[in-house]
Design a protein around this ligand. Structure first.
Ligand code: DGY
Length: 323
């Protein structure tokens, strides 16, 4: 009987994904909800043919070296893959794949939820009720911003950016503008107009960051950018924390350079509760929960598993093949 490929899974993942792998592979799992420490990862990877990892696992040269030359594929259970040294994988002919599509709806939905939470000051309202600070109706109390007639700017009109645009259009926004590495054909479906980055920043009432973290997007939102934004503008980030310079964001929010921010992703993650941004009333921070739905998680695990199986049988991945 031919030897089954060996796969290491760096976390307890939903059963549909594990079941698929177990049908065709010898599978070992880091049986925990918490991230595997690096030294444990290094102990478990020698001799494996496939690695199913999470965005919290740094898959660098050391890990690839420890795994050995038989390693054929690294499949991450995430859309983002900045935690993987893709160049190193490429030089070793290791296929790297991710899980796009299956979390598009969950992340787009959360981005809009976070925007409304921020623009309508909903958490301040909830806190006021809890703290007994809800007095008689006041005309000027906790007034936020409506989406109707606003200009929405989206940085990164990929699957999620498009999902956000599609969801915001029925709110009666006046205009959707976007910036990306290039124009995308489906932008017309939502009437989104491609603009240079500086125009996006200057014209938008709301900016949603939906792009990846790359050397080009790293700290793209810094004080220079904030100064070009409208004073009432709201910044929403559900892409990657590193796109925003957090110290500058604090200064921009406290000096009135911009109106408010809603972050589902931060730098670092987790963001310590003592971080100055956490104390601000005009900054809402969620613990990177964009794709936290049962549907997305099951599909992400299945897709990551199918990507690995596809590599063993020389088929195309379901997700994107990064290298
Ligand atoms: C991803 O898939 O990259 C998300 O950030 C995880 O929810």
């Amino acid at each position: 009987m031919p030897k089954l490929p060996r796969v290491y899974v760096t976390r307890n993942i939903p059963k549909p994904g594990l079941d698929l792998l177990r049908e065709e592979c010898e599978v070992e799992v880091w049986d925990s909800d918490d991230a595997i420490p690096k030294d444990e990862l290094l102990k478990h990877v020698p001799g494996i043919d496939g690695l199913l990892c999470m965005l919290t696992d740094r898959i660098d040269k050391e890990v690839l070296e420890a795994a050995g030359p038989q390693l054929k594929c690294v499949g991450t259970m995430s859309v983002g893959y900045e935690h993987i040294d893709v160049e190193e994988c490429k030089s070793r002919e290791i296929r790297v794949s991710n899980t796009p599509n299956v979390s598009t709806d969950s992340v787009s939905e959360l981005t809009v939820a976070l925007l409304l939470l921020t623009s309508r000051r909903l958490l301040e309202g909830v806190d006021a009720v809890k703290q007994g600070a809800w007095g008689k109706w006041k005309p000027m109390w906790l007034c936020g911003m409506e989406m109707v007639h606003r200009t929405i700017g989206i940085l990164g009109l990929g699957r999620i950016g498009y999902g956000v645009a599609r969801r915001l259009k029925p709110f009666g926004v006046s205009k959707i503008i976007y910036h990306d590495v290039c124009k995308v054909s489906y932008a017309d479906d939502v009437g989104a107009e491609f603009v240079p980055f500086d125009q996006l920043v200057a014209e938008s009432d709301v900016i949603c960051i939906c792009c990846n973290l790359t050397p080009q997007t790293k700290h793209k939102f810094n004080m220079v950018t904030f100064k070009k934004m409208k004073k009432h503008a709201i910044l929403i980030n559900s892409g990657r924390g590193g796109v925003v310079h957090h110290d500058d964001l604090f200064d921009a929010l406290t000096s009135g350079e911009i109106g408010a921010a809603g972050l589902d992703v931060t730098e670092p993650e987790p963001l310590p509760a003592s971080h100055p941004l956490v104390s601000l009333h005009n900054c809402i921070i969620l613990p990177h929960m964009g794709s936290n739905t049962i549907d997305s998680r099951n599909s992400m695990a299945e897709t990551a598993a199918k990507n690995i199986l596809a590599c063993f049988s020389n088929k195309d991945a379901i997700g994107d093949v990064i290298v």
